[in-house]
Design a protein around this ligand. Structure first.
Ligand code: NAD
Length: 484
């Protein structure tokens, strides 16, 4: 059974107390590895290593730092097949999805920020009399914490560590304890990529132990966190007295607004994908489908028919489009949300239960049927709380105003999709929806230069492009007289 290790000061090692956590394959329910159960002592060692590495790393040229990230990206590309299989096994996602999305994107993140740091410029302001130059010096922050979730493991892990390292910081990173393998693989290649010891440290373990120690450590000056809203709130409370810089990418309850003048076939097929990709475990997945009343029955029938035809498969099978959910606890949480919706009077149009195992190998795995629920109003739990599984609800609206009201009737504000062929209406709706991201007649199309993040309980701050590099640097305003 494979034992993963932390990477601290360039050394792969177990936790100082030699404690371990089991790693479970979601498709089979079997323990197939162990990860270090690290705590504050391990985080302390990582911080010491990072503090030692910081003066040199922050003074390396941007070309050097960029080159390291490019080499790392190449190594990821060389090991893509291995990473795809590992990510699918660790998370339960179909191997086809890991191959099409997760691993190419992880490679792209490293390449993207290798390029972005080469173009990251600062500002200068010169008054009319040219007596002074005021320039902004963007310095790396120092030691930063990067904490990522389980749903897109290497994709989101690299999305954080790449800009942090590119900007000249030293990183203490913690992947989710539920999906630790791909981050471990990446850590094995850091030295080969030329990343100096101590610049990139990975501390595995529980959120309440290793994660909490990262968040509390006084020498860690910024935290980039992606995960649940309640964890984000806890991190905000913990770090507030230390005035740490925070980027919080949190949960969502994303509306898909389907107007009667949409391109019907495209709206149905994309809504199917936006609802159930990765078993609905993408923060950007649509979970509240709002349909204009005249189109409601037609859209509902078409969507239900397609969902009924979806087959759950062994994630390791190349033909599988829908795999396992990430853990037993998460499966139970999803099923309990469905049950609460039933008790509240919701009608289950399809799914609604645990799914049968696709084969003998998966008989103890965690599978949930793709589920569509109708008949519940906006205030019901299922329309307010994030399920983060293959569960969507349908609601109808009459007017544009009503659609916007329903869409905004949520504590969350991450992403919205809008389906209409009327461009002016699409623009009006996008402007009125309270969300960090709005997709018009498409979903999950990303340009890595654009700001990414949520409003309301979906988070604080923006990642992506120069926003990420701004987050991972501290601007100093410097004033220089031009005459002696
Ligand atoms: P989670 O909040 O349970 O855990 C996320 C990470 O935080 C894990 O590494 C965990 O170990 C760590 N953690 C937990 N408690 C901690 C603590 N006290 N201190 C420091 N770290 C701690 O979230 P999850 O279940 O892994 O992920 C699912 C959630 O992530 C969903 O709510 C989803 O919407 C959200 N998510 C958001 C985005 C986004 O970009 N907005 C992207 C993906 C996932």
């Amino acid at each position: 059974m494979e034992q993963l290790q932390n990477l601290i000061g360039g050394q792969l090692q177990g936790s100082t107390k030699d404690k371990w956590l089991d790693n479970i394959e979601p498709a089979t329910g079997a323990v197939y590895g162990q990860i270090p159960r690290s705590d504050a002592d391990d985080v302390e060692l990582a911080v010491q290593a990072a503090a030692k590495a910081f003066p040199q790393w922050s003074n390396r040229s941007f070309e050097d730092r960029s080159e390291c990230l490019r080499r790392w990206a190449k190594i990821v590309a060389q090991h893509a097949g291995e990473l795809v299989r590992a990510e699918s096994k660790d998370n339960g996602k179909p191997i086809s999805l890991a191959e099409a999305v997760d691993i190419p994107r992880a490679q792209k993140n490293l390449e993207f920020f290798a390029g972005a740091i080469e173009h990251f410029a600062s500002e200068a302001h010169i008054p009319a009399d040219s007596s002074h130059i005021h320039y902004t010096h963007r310095k790396p922050i120092g030691i930063v914490g990067c904490i990522s979730p389980w749903n897109l493991p290497l994709y989101l892990f690299t999305w954080k560590i790449a800009p942090a390292i590119a900007a000249g910081n030293c990183v203490i990173a913690k992947p989710s304890e539920i999906t630790p393998v791909s981050a471990f693989m990446l850590s094995q290649w850091a030295e080969e990529a030329g990343i100096p010891a101590g610049v990139f440290n990975v501390v595995h373990g529980l959120g309440s132990e290793a994660g909490q120690a990262i968040v509390e450590h006084p020498q860690i000056k910024a935290i980039s966190f992606t995960g649940g809203t309640s964890t984000g709130a806890h991190i905000a409370r913990t770090t507030a007295p230390q005035f740490k810089k925070l980027s919080l990418e949190l949960g969502g309850k994303n509306p898909a607004i389907i107007f009667e003048d949409c391109d019907f076939d495209k709206a149905v097929s994309t809504t199917l994908r936006s609802s159930f990709a990765n078993q609905g475990q993408i923060c950007l997945c649509s979970s509240r489908i709002l349909i204009q009343d005249k189109l409601y029955d037609r859209f509902k029938n078409a969507l239900v028919e397609k969902v009924k035809r979806m087959r759950i498969g062994d994630p390791a099978d190349a033909a599988t489009k829908m795999g396992a959910v990430v853990s037993q606890a998460h499966r139970d949480k999803i099923l309990s949300s469905i049950n609460n919706a039933k008790e509240a009077g919701g009608t289950i149009l399809c799914g609604g239960d645990e799914a049968e195992a696709p084969n003998e190998r998966c008989r103890n795995g965690f599978f949930v049927q793709p589920t569509i629920i109708e008949g519940l109003g906006p205030t019901c739990e299922i329309n307010q709380e994030e399920v983060f599984g293959p569960v969507i609800t349908l609601q109808s609206f009459r007017t544009e105003e009503e659609a916007i009201q329903l869409a905004n009737d949520s504590q969350y504000g991450l992403a919205a999709t809008i389906w209409t062929q009327d461009i002016a209406k699409a623009h009006r709706t996008a402007a009125a929806v309270e969300s960090g991201i709005a997709w018009i007649n498409c979903w999950l199309v990303r340009d890595l230069r654009t700001p990414f993040g949520g409003v309301k309980s979906s988070g604080v701050g923006r990642e992506g492009g120069f926003e990420a590099l701004r987050f991972f640097t501290e601007p100093q305003s410097v004033c220089l007289p031009t005459q002696a």
